[in-house]
Write a protein that binds this ligand. Structure first.
Ligand SMILES: Nc1ncnc2c1ncn2[C@@H]1O[C@H](COP(=O)(O)OP(=O)(O)O)[C@@H](O)[C@H]1O
Ligand SMILES: O=C(O)C[C@@H](O)[C@H](O)C(=O)COP(=O)(O)O
Length: 338
């Protein structure tokens, strides 16, 4: 059953909009961040990680972003180029704004957190003038990262991209992707998240992220109630994630598909969402059945929580298929299918 129809005549597959950042993950992990002395630098930022992930699966990706006009801006742009991501719509900030830095604390395989430096942040300088209608016309889908809605002018740039996608029949994917930094109030979160969610064909987020989105609409919804409400808008697929408990995709024909996490020896508790998004969207573009898209995303997510980075370690399709095969041989064919 195909829930999303992509215009196969369009040369680009997925254009993402949001933050490109730099992750510093400790090499001497399993210690408090204050005690760590050695870090490995990676490209970071959830939408940037997904761009890398889908590119490694062979999709043609582009990106609307602002990055700092310094060596870190060079680093992330050069990395994207090496990954085959189109960087023609990535622009440099003009007033000294800085790229986001994320320092991660990995206390144990189940206790990790991220410390984000986002003052005077470059990615929120994305401007409506940066959003090119021809670029949106030429891609099958756009992915809006919720954090891009946290402040102007990025907020208006994201809303313009959504409007142009609607106008030109480009599929809209909303990755709610909540990060507390830069938001002024929970009212603003609900206002802007719900504005984009109402226009989106696919919405992905954790239960907490849906609660933030729905706070000014109706509080206390169950997953089923959330999905039904967004199906009344434009959503064909609503994915609600519950961390290690797994996730469920609710489709607008009334079906639901649940998937559990693959067993893995985790190194950190983050990075799963980016792997999940990369793998799921790859399956969708390949025209797979919904449960197969979810299984692939769940497998890639598991691989990423077991990895040191959230970008460089993103796998290609063969690696994910091999991981799934190995897991099924070890734990049984239905290991992840709820
Ligand atoms: N410890 C884990 N082991 C295996 N898979 C995991 C683990 N933690 C998360 N995942 C996978 O990553 C997916 C996304 O994780 P989640 O925390 O829900 O989202 P996000 O990382 O975006 O906050 C989960 O649905 C699950 O499939
Ligand atoms: O999202 C960020 O800006 C930091 C990311 O680079 C980091 O990899 C991360 O937190 C991933 O988050 P998740 O995949 O949503 O768990």
């Amino acid at each position: 059953m195909q829930y999303i129809t992509f215009d196969e005549k369009r040369p680009m597959d997925l254009v993402l909009l949001g933050r490109v950042a730099v992750d510093f993950n400790p090499v001497d992990y399993f210690h408090p961040l204050a005690e760590c002395t050695t870090f490995k630098k990676y490209v970071g930022g959830s939408p940037a990680n997904i761009a890398v992930g889908v590119s490694r699966h062979g999709l043609k990706a582009g990106f609307f972003a602002r990055v700092s006009d310094d060596q870190f801006g060079d680093f992330v742009t050069d990395f994207f180029k090496k990954e085959g991501i189109d960087v023609t719509k990535i622009r440099r900030c003009e007033h000294g704004e800085k790229i986001g830095l994320t320092f991660t604390e990995i206390l144990s395989p189940t206790e990790s957190s991220i410390l984000m430096y986002r003052n005077c942040i470059a990615d929120l300088q994305l401007d409506p003038a940066d959003i090119d209608e021809e670029y949106i016309k030429n891609t099958k889908a756009i992915l809006i990262s919720g954090t891009s809605l946290a402040a102007s002018p990025s907020r208006e740039a994201a809303l313009k991209a959504v409007m142009l996608a609607k106008k030109n029949g480009t599929v809209i994917i909303f990755d709610i992707d909540y990060r507390p930094y830069n938001w002024v109030s929970e009212d603003e979160i609900s206002i802007y998240y719900s504005l984009v969610a109402k226009e989106s064909d696919i919405i992905m987020g954790s239960r907490e992220e849906f609660n933030l989105t729905e706070r000014l609409i109706e509080e206390g919804r169950s997953d089923e109630e959330s999905a039904a409400a967004w199906h009344k808008e434009q959503a064909k697929i609503v994915i609600i994630k519950h961390g290690k408990e797994g996730s469920t995709a609710y489709t607008n024909d009334g079906n639901r598909y649940s998937i559990k996490p693959f067993p893995v020896t985790a190194l950190k508790s983050f990075g799963g969402g980016d792997g999940y998004g990369s793998g799921f969207l790859y399956g969708l573009f390949e025209g797979w059945e919904m449960i197969d898209c979810l299984e692939f995303g769940s497998a890639e997510a598991a691989m990423m929580v077991a990895s040191h980075s959230c970008s460089e370690d993103l796998p290609g399709p063969d690696e994910v298929h091999a991981f799934i095969k190995e897991s099924k041989e070890k734990y049984g064919e239905m290991i992840a299918r709820a």
